[in-house]
Design a binder for this molecule. Structure first.
Ligand code: UDX
Ligand code: UDX
Length: 478
């Protein structure tokens, strides 16, 4: 398709579910030139979105929503009306983990049934939520079993690969767009939807969100079968989680041998076959995707009689990594009970307010159970964190890193916010009772920390001790 043509070929799209994935997808489709109606069953959410509140912390999202709020994006709780008005219906409702580990598809099912009750003309239904292989077929059968003729719809798999915090840029500058379709007509519609990106036209537009793709280097669109697309999503997330568990284990080896994980990861990452990304050691992966997707993928393999115990190991290493971090805090402090701990970071990673499956929250809970008192700060996730761990006599939420550090026996870095790396170390040192920093995200240079008088323990790198800090810690032990 010609570049200009691809920018002036708007499609009517409905996005069902306005969470982290649905809302970003919707706003980006509008940015690409399409018209979108967003549907959610949560009336309060729809009301907030109508008045311009994005409700989630996501770079570029507020400005894009504001730009299009009164033009090509609208919000409703009326799914039937949205279906009627659209050519493509993207399902982006949550697919949480069920008790047995598999993905709970009940929200997807209820949306599929509602779509079935409103179909009168041909529509393409797109599964955007992360779902197990065969879900596409299952959605198709669900709709058919509601008496809808096969000629009236197709179901396509179009998995998302967005990272929270950089989701808008990831959407508009993807490494690849995967479209799993067993129908040529449906695949053609998806190709038209993504044409502003794949043709490169979007990147030439004034005011386009900047990123790695350009008009001369646009993203590829990979057409696959529906089952392959479903497997690509789960396999990609599982592989990334595996990479993290792998580097975390190597970081433990570094600690045991006094080697340095930064050097090891760099040496590995320079090998093009391995690549440098997702080799940052830490306190384990979290978030709304990796934990549940690895469990769901393992469940799928089990159901199909495929031994994928490798994934069980990935999960086990991830759990152990948090315990290992706690053990290191304990050994730095002598005993945990009664200690005042400053916590920097509550979100599952920097750049987001999301605390779902956050290893930082898990560690806060473990520390509270050990009898610590905590003063915590996060630039974006304070409100959501308080819903998980309410404030109380032992759990204080404070307004900045220095207040958190005030009179602390140790400071823990649990989320990789860039602002933490830019902290004034002199002020921080001054605020603390005992200058011990245990960094679960390797944000600081050990040598610099030593110069500022900290005892500094990080992941997979030699610790530095400062004698004054050690003296103070020893005097506080009993
Ligand atoms: C998404 C994907 O859908 C999930 O499969 C993926 O693995 C992670 O990201 P996310 O956007 O994070 O989930 O979910 P959430 O923030 O919970 O948003 C889902 C939205 O769907 C909510 O606003 C909810 O109110 C809405 N919803 C849910 C509906 O509109 N209808 C329903 O039947 C159920
Ligand atoms: C992930 C996938 O990256 C994305 O493609 C998919 O669509 C949704 O799930 P997200 O959950 O937003 O995205 O975060 P991601 O950046 O992948 O990080 C996940 C977890 O791994 C975080 O807790 C993060 O801190 C941790 N992580 C990541 C590491 O510990 N080390 C790394 O090198 C990278």
């Amino acid at each position: 398709m010609h570049r200009l043509e691809s920018m002036s070929n708007p499609i009517q799209i409905a996005v069902v579910g306005t969470g982290y994935v649905g809302l970003v997808a919707a706003v980006c489709f509008v940015e690409m030139g399409h018209s979108v109606v967003c549907v959610d069953i949560d009336e309060a959410k729809i009301a907030a979105l109508k008045s311009g509140h994005t409700l989630i912390h996501e770079l570029h999202l507020p400005e894009l929503l504001e730009r299009y709020r009164n033009t090509r994006i609208r919000f409703t709780t009326n799914l039937a009306e949205a279906i009627c008005a659209s050519d493509a219906i993207f399902i982006a409702v949550g697919t949480p983990q069920s008790e047995t580990g598999d993905a709970d598809l009940s929200y997807v099912e209820s949306v599929a049934r509602e779509i079935a009750s409103s179909l009168t003309t041909y529509k393409v239904i797109v599964e955007k939520s992360t779902v197990p292989v065969y879900t596409n077929e299952w959605i198709r059968r669900t709709i058919e079993s509601n008496g809808i003729a096969r000629s009236l719809f197709d179901v396509v798999s179009n998995p998302e690969f967005l990272r929270e915090g950089t989701a808008v840029t990831d959407f508009l500058h993807p490494d690849r767009i995967v479209v799993g379709s067993d129908s040529e007509a449906a695949a053609a519609l998806l190709e038209r939807i993504y044409a502003p990106l794949t043709s490169g036209a979007y990147y030439d537009r004034p005011g386009a969100i900047p990123g790695r793709c350009t008009a001369t280097s646009p993203p590829p669109l990979l057409l696959t079968s529906t089952k392959s697309a479903e497997l690509i999503k789960h396999a990609s997330n599982a592989f990334l989680a595996l990479k993290i568990s792998f580097i975390n284990t190597v970081s433990n080896l570094c600690e045991a041998t006094d080697a340095n994980i930064e050097q090891v990861a760099r040496g590995m990452g320079l090998d093009n076959r391995i690549g440098p990304r997702f080799l940052s050691p830490g306190i384990g992966y979290g978030g709304s995707c990796f934990p549940k997707d690895i469990a769901a993928f393992r469940y799928v393999a089990e159901q199909l009689g495929i031994d994928f115990n490798l994934l069980a190991e990935v999960e086990k290493i991830n759990t152990e990594q948090k315990k290992r971090f706690l053990a290191r805090v304990r050994s730095a402090l002598g005993t945990l009970s009664g200690k005042r701990i400053a916590v920097l970071g509550l979100a599952f990673k920097g750049g987001t307010d999301d605390v779902r499956e956050s290893p930082a929250i898990d560690l806060v809970e473990l520390l509270l159970a050990e009898g610590c008192s905590i003063a915590a700060f996060d630039p974006a996730a304070m409100q959501r964190a308080q819903e998980e761990v309410p404030a109380g006599p032992q759990m204080q939420y404070v307004d900045d890193a220095y207040t958190a550090a005030a009179n602390a026996d140790a400071l823990l870095v649990l989320t990789d916010w860039p602002q933490f790396a830019a902290i004034d170390l002199k002020l921080l040192h001054h605020a603390m009772k005992v200058p011990i920093v245990v960094d679960g995200r390797n944000l600081f240079d050990p040598k610099v920390m030593q110069q500022y008088g900290f005892t500094y323990i990080s992941i997979g790198r030699p610790s530095v001790q400062h004698s004054r800090a050690l003296e103070l810690a020893a005097s506080q032990t009993f």
